[in-house]
Design a protein around this ligand. Structure first.
Ligand code: FMN
Length: 260
């Protein structure tokens, strides 16, 4: 299947709720517990090179969860995780981070052969990752972001960017996304609203207006049918993370039944 057909398949999904990535938590086993619930499940974040995996190890040392493995075994591990995630009957997106593209390229190729989407993490704010100049720091370095995306351009898989709102200003975010727009197919935006426990829908509105050619997944604090509907005014999909950890899924079943 060509990349255009893969993009079409995403656009045609009738389930609009997406599982957002949570490092150390959202793997194949986690996803397969939610059969028929999501349109897309996102596994990861997976660290693809020595630097980012070392950062993951440091993060674990201070008590946060991360996926840790031997990089030599990554191909077998990710094939297995994607296969299990498919048991959710959703499309599978893989959230990734890396510092060294060259070192990560073979691993990206393996993911591209098995997954439906590769999501480049421009969102992580853990200092071990941002110290490498990646995660949300990529939003401040459009040249580096573009060089990563150019290096990934031949992968026959839709590329999404997972970004955080209100880390850089809206104008800068739009400029960075514009600078790289030829090299990605979707934007997964955490409408992070500093100091507030609800999403910044104004940012989402502007992003969807400026990138109407892209698939948009809105995210942040969605925990009810009403929240999802509000976000879907400006997005193709909405994603959920913490509400799933709380086991709050009945509303998603209801929402899916309404959408049919
Ligand atoms: C424990 C935890 C781990 C997370 N790990 C990742 C990650 O690895 N990659 C990523 O892009 N976002 C990560 N996120 C962010 C979520 O995908 C999501 O953007 C954020 O939690 C806001 O959505 P929510 O309000 O539905 O929880 C993580 C969130 C949590 C709570």
């Amino acid at each position: 299947m060509g990349k255009d057909e893969k993009i079409k398949k995403i656009k045609n999904l009738n389930k609009k709720i997406v599982l957002a990535p949570m490092a150390g938590i959202t793997n194949g086993d986690f996803c397969k517990r939610f059969k028929g619930l999501f349109g897309i499940v996102t596994i990861g974040a997976y660290s693809l090179d020595k630097d980012s995996l070392n950062a993951s190890r440091e993060i674990v040392k201070r008590g946060r969860e991360e996926f840790i493995y031997n990089l030599d075994d990554f191909g077998d591990i990710i094939r297995d995780e994607i296969k299990k995630a498919r048991e959710s009957n959703a499309l599978v997106s893989v959230n990734v981070r890396f510092k060294n593209l060259e070192e990560s390229l073979e691993r990206l190729k393996i993911i591209s052969k098995h997954a439906d989407i590769i999501e480049l993490n421009c969102h992580c704010r853990q200092k071990e990752i941002t110290n490498l100049g990646i995660g949300q720091e990529l939003l401040k370095n459009k040249e580096l972001l573009r060089s990563y995306l150019i290096g990934m351009a031949d992968l026959n898989v839709p590329i999404f960017l997972k970004v955080r709102a209100n880390f850089v200003g809206l104008e800068e975010l739009i400029e960075t996304l514009n600078y790289t727009r030829d090299y990605f197919d979707g934007i997964h935006i955490d409408c992070f609203n500093p100091g507030k426990d609800y999403a910044d829908l104004e940012v989402l509105k502007e992003i969807s207006k400026n990138f109407s050619d892209k698939i948009i997944i809105g995210n942040n604090s969605v925990k009810s049918i009403e929240d999802a509907k509000n976000m879907l005014r400006y997005a193709n999909f909405v994603s959920v993370a913490r509400c799933i950890l709380r086991g709050d899924i009945e509303w998603i079943k209801e929402f899916n039944a309404m959408e049919m």
